[in-house]
Ligand binder design. Structure first.
Ligand SMILES: Nc1nc2c(ncn2[C@@H]2O[C@H](COP(=O)(O)OP(=O)(O)OP(=O)(O)O)[C@@H](O)[C@H]2O)c(=O)[nH]1
Ligand SMILES: [Mg+2]
Length: 337
């Protein structure tokens, strides 16, 4: 497929307003950061070109944070946990940014962090930055904008970045693919969570925290052992890191110190073995591939000849007068010129 006329241009030099925006981000002005994120979230073609240039300019300042993904079923306590963890970390001198990947927001416009009051205390902390999930678009689109927002937060000097996502299928994979340390927040009645573990989440998860242990400590301990057993059975024999399973309470803060101890232990081990750098390299390659595929797909469907013929091809397919392979070949041929 030749380069189409309406393709997004390659990154250009920053215009003066965007240069000021970049300087504001580097100067750690929360307003500038919020504005820069709004720019990368925009689906307007001209905004996308400016966002690409902005990210390019800030690239040398990105990559410096410890990126943590927090996943779990709706209501598992992810936001509560992130708020406690955020406050715990800012009290120790860290600067913490919180982002969200919300697969439901792509459909309904809703957002897991939309209600900022859920993290009211952290939102008031000057060393913290909270950004709700971008709404609209596909999960793939939301996820890649979150990656870029994460890079902007790093340029603004946040040294711990946390991404919240609801534990349903693809969004977990997307968030595991953009973080250094991926955490599953489980509940004491671990039925669903054990299901998730069987589904192959074992390779994604670096730590499991059984939350709400304050409600029923015995149930939490039982769930903890069940999940730990499931992990030890399913774990690849060669795995260098075995995911710890902890009982915590996001409400009381119990277990938070142990959690952070494990996170730091993981970080040091992954840095020493080279696993951390290898994971980042793999992630940037995957990111590039995803961007290329995203752009190719949208160029294809924007192509005037494809747009003109698509409905007819779909109708012919429905009537059974053309094969799927024939239909695909016809559209691909239309996109060639
Ligand atoms: N008792 C108890 N309640 C908790 C704990 N953690 C969270 N909760 C409560 O559980 C409810 C859901 O908490 P959230 O933090 O909003 O959960 P979430 O996983 O972010 O939910 P979604 O973003 O909607 O998927 C709230 O009422 C919290 O107060 C805990 O450790 N103990
Ligand atoms: Mg939440």
């Amino acid at each position: 497929m030749p380069v189409h006329k309406r393709a997004a241009p390659a990154p250009e030099p920053l215009d003066p307003a965007d240069r000021r925006l970049a300087e504001g981000v580097v100067a750690r002005a929360p307003r500038a950061l919020a504005q820069a994120i709004t720019l990368v979230e925009s689906s307007r073609r001209d905004h996308q070109a400016r966002a690409a240039a902005l990210l390019e300019a800030l690239l040398p300042r990105t990559g410096g944070s410890f990126r943590i993904g927090i996943s779990g079923a709706p209501g598992a306590g992810k936001s509560t946990f992130i708020e406690q963890l955020g406050l715990f970390l800012t009290a120790r001198g860290h600067r913490v940014a919180v982002l969200a990947v919300d697969p439901t927001s792509a459909v309904s416009g809703g957002s897991i962090l939309g209600d900022k009051t859920r993290m009211a205390r952290l939102a008031r902390d000057p060393a913290a930055f909270i950004r709700p999930s971008p709404s609209g678009g596909t999960l793939g689109g939301v996820a890649h904008r979150t990656r870029e927002a994460l890079a902007l937060c790093e340029a603004a000097g946040y040294d711990v970045t946390i991404v919240e996502t609801v534990g349903v299928g693809q969004s977990e994979i997307a968030v595991a693919g953009m973080t250094d340390f991926f955490v599953l927040l489980a509940l004491p009645n671990a039925g669903d969570d054990l299901q998730a573990i069987k589904r192959g989440i074992v390779e994604l998860v670096d730590l499991v925290a059984v939350n709400k242990a304050d409600l029923d400590p015995e149930a939490a301990e039982l769930a903890r052992t069940q999940i730990a057993n499931a992990f030890s059975l399913l774990r690849p024999r060669e795995a260098p890191w075995s995911a710890p399973v902890l009982a915590v309470s996001a409400l009381t803060g119990a277990g938070l110190e142990a959690f952070w101890g494990e996170a730091e232990r993981f970080r040091a081990a992954a840095a020493a073995s080279g696993a951390a750098a290898a994971r980042r390299r793999r992630q940037t390659l995957d990111w590039m591939t995803a961007l290329v595929e995203h752009e190719l797909r949208s160029r294809f469907y924007r192509h005037p000849a494809v747009k003109a013929d698509l409905a007819a091809v779909q109708a012919a397919l429905a009537e059974g007068t053309i094969t799927p392979a024939g239909a695909a070949a016809r559209l691909l041929a239309a996109a060639r010129d």
